[in-house]
Design a protein around this ligand. Structure first.
Ligand code: PLP
Length: 506
């Protein structure tokens, strides 16, 4: 049984718990319960790490300073098992962010780990110039999961590389240059994809990503239009609308904006349009149902191809479908995938039609050393098997919907929870100063709640242009019992936060 260490602060919270006291608004003495973590029958090994302070020193002195860490005292993680993470001191955390939506089937999933270990002892690398059984078997399995005519796979090593490749394909096939993507989209951080990524913090101050144009993101919570039935989620926004079934005024207005972009900032003929089925980095932003369908049609009328970036949404995470684009009732010309595809092993792919693939290879002689090596084949295959055998897509649907509905209660209870949204196990909780203004909750307050949740044993992600959204995308094996625990932790952290607020202690 894993041992959960507690800080003195947590210890005092536990004592209060035993007193049975809890917070009520306005109460003078306010106590909080520290929710009890569900059991886990895995015991981590002892961590043989250099001292924590030394690790921090290396991080500060020798690591690229670009990536900041979460939390005042960054977590030093040592081991993982399915939905659990263990730090260097053996503390256990429920992982609700999966290493940025990457652990699909579970940390060190036994089936995937065994397959990888076997292959590590057999053959690591050949090169695309040779055949290897595993990668061919994998291609057969993966293409079977994609609709006709999406049947030709190009392997890459990361999501950015896959999107780079998809941009090249769109341009070479269409013989046009302009590519459109949505504001708030994150499609990668390579010199080419910088043009597609429309998050200011990621925009470089050097020339890159030319001939890419951003269009309005049809964000039905934060955007100018939105209502009470726009999105494909068990939870709708708090905005009201009088749309009747089959009509969505917000959608029509966002489509008009899309048309404006086509009329103003791109050439008459375009190369393509990129969209995530649900925006991940932007804080799990969902568009009105039907938006992508209309946008795809408009793009095709202009000679462009449509690209679905499934880096976060693919592999069953959205529950109802294996791919996010299927939930919009659309058929892209190119699909890109990474992250959950390898459950943490670096691999990615671009899938397209034979027509686009053949036109591409006439113009571009692309080569990648590691792409589709034996490890990729074995691990990719084992991940697909685990998704199927463990019923993970079904669990995403069932447990994700369960979680969304429970989180919606938090929105009804706490004024600073502006929106709860998502589909399956891709969930966002957008935090606001108040539900009326919908202004983002300040960074400092976000950090306090985030840190408090971590201290109680859950790891949340962050997203949104102002880092105002908590992101939840756990390994798809999470259970309802663990969801209950996570929601209790959030409830406790929000209660405490509101209490501090009411006392002017922030
Ligand atoms: C939707 C999406 N596309 C592409 C990427 C880029 O993937 P990578 O970091 O593997 O290059 C990301 C990464 O977060 C992503 O979320």
């Amino acid at each position: 049984m894993a041992f959960l260490k507690v800080s003195s602060l947590q210890m005092s919270k536990r004592c209060l718990l035993q007193c049975g006291a809890f917070w009520k608004p306005g109460s003078k003495l306010s106590f909080h319960t520290s929710p009890k973590m569900p059991p886990c029958d895995f015991t981590p090994e002892k961590c043989e790490s250099q001292p924590y302070d030394h690790i921090l020193k290396i991080r500060k002195q020798n690591f690229s300073p670009l990536v900041s860490t979460y939390f005042q005292k960054p977590l030093l993680l040592h081991q993982g098992y399915m939905q659990w993470l263990f730090d260097h001191e053996g503390r256990r955390y429920l992982d609700l962010f999966s290493g940025i939506v990457t652990i699909s089937v579970g940390h060190c999933h036994p089936k995937v780990t065994t397959a990888a270990q076997k292959q590590l002892g057999r053959l690591w690398h050949t090169s695309p110039a040779f055949l290897h059984p595993a990668v061919h078997e994998y291609v057969e399995k993966l293409t079977a999961l994609l609709p006709e005519p999406l049947k030709v796979i190009f392997f890459m090593n990361s999501g950015s590389e896959a999107n780079d490749m998809a941009m090249l394909m769109a341009r070479s096939y269409s013989q046009n240059v302009d590519i459109i993507s949505l504001r708030g989209a994150y499609h990668g951080s390579s010199p080419y994809t910088f043009g597609l990524t429309n998050v200011g913090a990621f925009k470089p101050r050097i020339p890159s990503g030319s001939s890419c144009q951003a269009t309005m993101c049809p964000d039905v919570f934060r955007g100018p239009w939105g209502g009470s039935q726009c999105r494909d989620s068990p939870v709708q926004t708090i905005r009201k609308c009088d749309c009747t079934s089959g009509c969505c005024k917000a959608n029509s207005q966002y489509v008009e904006e899309f048309k404006n972009t086509l009329h103003t900032v791109v050439a008459r003929e375009i190369a393509g349009f990129f969209a995530e089925p649900i925006q991940g980095v932007n804080g799990v932003v969902q568009y009105p149902k039907g938006f992508l369908k209309e946008a795809f049609q408009l793009v095709r009328e202009r000679g462009g191809v449509c690209i679905a970036d499934e880096v976060q949404t693919g592999f069953g995470r959205l529950g109802t479908h294996f791919w996010g684009f299927q939930s919009h009732g659309i058929l892209p010309d190119i699909v890109t995938m990474a992250k959950g595809m390898g459950n943490g092993f670096p691999m990615s792919a671009v899938v397209t039609t034979p027509e686009i693939a053949n036109s591409f290879i006439k113009k571009v002689n692309h080569f990648s050393t590691f792409a589709g090596n034996p490890m990729v084949g074995v691990i990719g295959s084992a991940v697909l098997d685990a998704i199927k055998e463990d019923g993970l897509q079904e669990n995403s649907q069932e447990t994700g919907s369960y979680m969304l509905l429970k989180l919606a209660n938090l929105r009804d209870e706490f004024e600073i929870v502006g929106d709860v949204r998502g589909k399956g196990l891709m969930i966002g909780i957008e935090m606001v100063q108040d539900q009326e203004s919908r202004q983002p909750l300040p960074h400092k307050e976000m950090n306090l709640i985030h840190e408090d949740c971590k201290d109680m044993g859950i790891i949340l992600g962050r997203g949104g242009l102002f880092s105002q959204t908590f992101r939840i995308a756990p390994p798809m094996c999470i259970t309802k019992q663990e969801v209950d625990f996570a929601v209790e932790v959030l409830h406790s952290a929000l209660s405490r936060h509101m209490e501090k607020r009411s006392k002017g202690k922030l």
